[in-house]
Design a protein around this ligand. Structure first.
Ligand SMILES: [Zn+2]
Length: 265
């Protein structure tokens, strides 16, 4: 029985039986893994206080022959981004991040970029001075969180290979030079208006969404830059909200799942 060791972030925890837990992690070396933690809710030494979201932990687990789930053996805390659990708005963003990661990432699909994306976002959010300040005259938090959200989702879409095609009409290939094309959720890409209106293509009017203003530029910039872009970008809050809603609709359609974390807003 070989013991594996890697760093990871919890993205899912479910109670099983009296004291056991089912846990999913985004790990540095194994992609998403789901493991069974025997007696986790009682074993202080091995698990207690180390299974919260927004903690970087080193986990040890092993595979058991004949079992589909890995067995979690031990967890050690590496870094606690505890400011993320102090502020309700940041916490709500955190629940979005983990739900989207859980839905989009495949088991054992190794991708260090996703692990690093989450790590950079946690580090960035944990450092936000606004979180540590009760002073309401500080920069409002909401636009900053929206930028983190768009940065996260756009990059996750890129790393999971489902970043939409915004460049060319998905039917005829015409270039979307002025970013004026509509978007087909069903096709996962932009559509020029002659193709959208061509009855032979079978689109119903409501199936083509108008893209939010500046969304394509913003999203492309987010996937071409590192996380410092968040502090450099000055975008109005209502535009950010439209972009967030567009990404939510895209994710919901693409995954076929209701994203509960978006419904609390
Ligand atoms: Zn076209």
């Amino acid at each position: 029985m070989k013991l594996h060791s890697t760093k990871g972030f919890v993205i899912y925890a479910k109670k099983m039986n009296e004291a056991d837990l089912l846990l999913s992690y985004i790990t540095e070396d194994y992609g998403k893994i789901t493991c069974f933690a025997n007696n986790a809710r009682k074993s202080k030494k091995r698990f207690l206080g180390k299974l919260e979201p927004a903690m970087l932990t080193n986990i040890k687990f092993y595979e058991k022959p004949g079992m589909t789930l890995d067995i979690l053996y031990e967890v050690d805390l590496v870094e606690d981004y505890k400011n993320l659990r102090k502020n309700i708005d940041v916490y709500l963003f955190l629940t979005k991040l983990i739900e989207i990661s859980r839905v989009l990432c495949q088991e054992r699909d190794v991708n260090k970029n996703i692990f690093n994306l989450i790590k950079n976002i946690y580090t960035g959010l944990n450092k936000l001075e606004t979180l540590n300040s009760q002073d309401s005259r500080q920069t409002p938090l909401n636009p900053i969180l929206l930028k983190f959200e768009i940065f996260f989702i756009a990059n996750l879409l890129k790393f999971t290979g489902i970043y939409p095609n915004f460049t060319d009409c998905i039917i005829c290939g015409k270039n979307n030079a002025y970013n004026e094309f509509g978007f087909s959720l069903k096709k996962g890409g932009v559509i020029c208006s002659p193709c959208a209106n061509d009855k032979n293509n079978g689109f119903k009017y409501l199936e083509i969404k108008k893209m939010p203003v500046n969304f394509i530029n913003l999203s492309n910039l987010m996937i071409e830059s590192d996380i410092s872009i968040i502090n450099k970008l000055n975008v109005k809050e209502d535009i950010l909200m439209d972009c967030s809603a567009f990404l939510r609709d895209f994710l919901t359609f693409h995954t076929g799942k209701r994203l509960k974390s978006f419904e609390t807003v």
